[in-house]
Design a protein. Structure first.
Length: 270
């Protein structure tokens, strides 16, 4: 995935990037730095070391703005406005989420367990797919979708207990499991049964994930106005795939619990 993003700006000898990945600070910046980017990080108040506080970054300062994982719907408009302010002319915005991979029979078994614990949970509604997110990300025509791509990968699990802890901490089931010890014990037994069925006992395994990457660019003013007055559909120029995901444990959009505004706090990377 990182090579895909670097390839967008390969003609620029020293591309700049601003990382707004507040849920996993440092990870995207470290990866981009290895690909030759000069990186600054942005975080909301209270997140990041005290020495990171700095004045707002100037408009148009970044060839690439990354938001990995992407925003919850409640914060999307504010975050996109700040991303557009930071984007240089001809720059890109990359937004990505990690979803659990529904093409995996193992994941489908886990999703069925989550749905059994919380009848209001629906696996399909938690996926960050284009039908649900393209219009939100194009921000009323101010941005256009250049590409959407899937990047399958796996999250290493050293033991079954690690997966039980991860799933049990998801917002969609956390309260239900805490309210009933019987429900919690049954959930843990069923997770262990699925792990044994698919991977055997007492051995490391991976939770299949897929990083869903959206790459966007600014629209010219006239095109943005036309798109805003039209149907709201966004043009997609291309779609591509790659081999590596962003590595966050994600899967569930736990950022739905976070309504904090995005403000500029900068940490420089070498």
């Amino acid at each position: 995935m990182w090579g895909h993003l670097a390839g967008l700006l390969q003609a620029r000898p020293f591309p700049t990037a601003v990382d707004m990945s507040c849920a996993m600070p440092g990870a995207a910046g470290a990866e981009l730095a290895q690909w030759g980017f000069c990186v600054a990080e942005v975080a909301p108040p209270g997140q990041g070391p005290p020495w990171a506080h700095a004045p707002r970054l100037p408009p148009g300062c970044s060839d690439l703005v990354t938001v990995l994982p992407g925003p919850p719907s409640m914060a999307a408009a504010e975050l996109l406005a700040e991303a557009r302010r930071l984007m240089a002319k001809g720059g890109y915005l990359a937004v990505a989420w990690n979803d659990r991979d529904l093409s995996s029979p193992f994941v489908c078994g886990l999703e069925a367990l989550l749905e059994a614990v919380n009848p209001d949970y629906c696996r399909a509604s938690r996926q960050h797919d284009p039908p649900a997110w393209t219009n939100a990300l194009t921000d009323g025509g101010a941005l256009r979708l250049v590409s959407f791509s899937n990047h399958p990968h796996g999250l290493a699990m050293p033991r079954c207990g690690a997966l039980q802890d991860l799933l049990g901490g998801l917002a969609c089931v956390r309260a239900h499991l805490a309210a009933s010890s019987a429900t919690r014990k049954h959930f843990h037994r069923e997770v262990a049964r699925l792990v044994q069925q698919h991977f055997g006992e007492a051995r490391p395994f991976e939770l299949p994930l897929v990083t869903k990457l959206y790459v966007l660019r600014s629209q010219p003013a006239a095109a943005a106005a036309a798109a805003h007055c039209g149907s709201g559909a966004s043009a997609t120029d291309s779609s591509s795939g790659s081999s590596s995901g962003c590595g966050h444990c994600g899967g569930e959009d736990e950022s739905d619990d976070e309504g904090q505004s995005m403000q500029a706090l900068v940490r420089k990377r070498a």
